[in-house]
Design a protein around this ligand. Structure first.
Ligand code: HEC
Ligand code: HEC
Length: 290
């Protein structure tokens, strides 16, 4: 008993010691604990956030896989004979498609140029096969799948996020200026097109949709130069599209009757001749009355 009594305090001493600590000390400890707990929580949250940001959702991967598989099927059906099993191209039939990008596929296939039926100086615009008609839901989906499949082989110019009327800019005047600087040398001032060398020609821009206009600028088919975003910013491309739609009368023509859209010189001459005829007529009429 005695021994236990005398031992007990000594034995207990270390255990008691924490209780003897001042309030300040235990507050500090609580704060430290809270702080490390908070740091841990933040760390966990950050890791979780980073993880979800960096690791794509499993469903997205599967959807993308399905799209690629669909694109591959379409490619094997319609394009493989000329562009090769691995898009490397086939001698005397078709060029490599590695790195041409989904925008080139969209342009070539939605304008009916591809799949090519027969070799000529230049693939011509024709109605696309129904499975690639951009005006149908199925055609649009197939075009995007085929584009994704080609995009997966070496990248290349991508289609813009926006589409349709969203691609029509606001500043038609600036579009006109940019068109005269960059496009008129081949396509004429109002997009009527024109002949180039060796059986090639710049087509009339009467039927191309905003998406096709955009994709043509991005990819530069055949003899046409490509206009990357550094040559023409997306906004500038959209203003050019607005101008093209305007001159072909899909927007109102603010100047009134457009006299065949032949350009300012012809329009000036026609206006002048009409004016002179009218003046002469009025003079003659006044003279006859006098
Ligand atoms: C009968 C052969 C043939 C078939 C089939 C064909 N192509 Fe082509 N393709 C060509 C030739 C030849 C060219 C180059 C000449 C030209 O652009 O007019 C070309 C050019 C292209 C270009 C432009 C390449 C570049 O460098 O800008 C793309 C994109 C393209 N083809 C995609 C396709 C797709 C997609 C299909 C299937 C839907 C397809 N082609 C089917 C022969 C073919
Ligand atoms: C050096 C001449 C040249 C210049 C400059 C040029 N293009 Fe072209 N463009 C062509 C040729 C050639 C084609 C036909 C390519 C083909 O059929 O594969 C074409 C095709 C197009 C098409 C497809 C038309 C259709 O109906 O399918 C569009 C749209 C187009 N160009 C827009 C433009 C715009 C916009 C500019 C200015 C930013 C421009 N082009 C500058 C030569 C040119």
């Amino acid at each position: 008993m005695d021994s236990t009594d005398s031992r007990s305090p000594r034995w207990r001493q270390p255990k008691r010691q924490p209780k003897r600590r001042s309030k300040q000390q235990s507050d500090g400890k609580l704060r430290r604990r809270l702080r490390s707990g908070l740091a841990l929580a933040i760390g966990l949250l950050a890791t979780g956030g980073l993880y979800t940001m960096l690791v794509p959702q499993p469903q997205v991967v599967t959807a993308q896989d399905t799209v690629l598989a669909e694109g591959r099927r379409l490619y094997n059906n319609s394009c493989i004979s000329c562009h090769g099993e691995n898009l490397q191209g086939v001698q005397d039939r078709g060029p490599s498609l590695i790195g041409v990008g989904e925008a080139a596929v969209y342009f070539q296939v939605s304008t009916g140029r591809m799949p090519l039926a027969r070799q000529e100086a230049q693939a011509v615009r024709k109605p696309p096969p129904p499975e690639f008609d951009p005006d149908t839901v199925r055609g649009e989906r197939n075009l995007l799948a085929l584009g994704a499949y080609v995009q997966a082989h070496g990248g290349g110019p991508e289609l813009p996020q926006r589409s349709g009327t969203e691609l029509v800019g606001q500043d038609t005047a600036r579009g006109g200026l940019l068109f005269r600087l960059n496009c008129a040398s081949c396509h004429n001032f109002t997009g009527r097109g024109g002949a180039l060398t060796s059986g090639k020609y710049a087509p009339i821009l009467r039927t191309a949709t905003p998406d096709q206009l955009y994709a043509a600028m991005l990819t530069g088919p055949q003899a046409m130069p490509a206009f990357g975003d550094r040559q023409l910013t997306p906004k500038e491309k959209e203003d050019i599209i607005a101008y093209v739609l305007e001159v072909r009368g899909q927007r109102n023509t603010p100047g009134g009757f457009n006299i065949g859209e032949l350009g300012p010189t012809t329009e000036g001459v026609v206006a002048w001749l009409l004016g002179v005829v009218a003046l002469v007529g009025i003079t003659a009429w006044l003279g006859a009355r006098a």
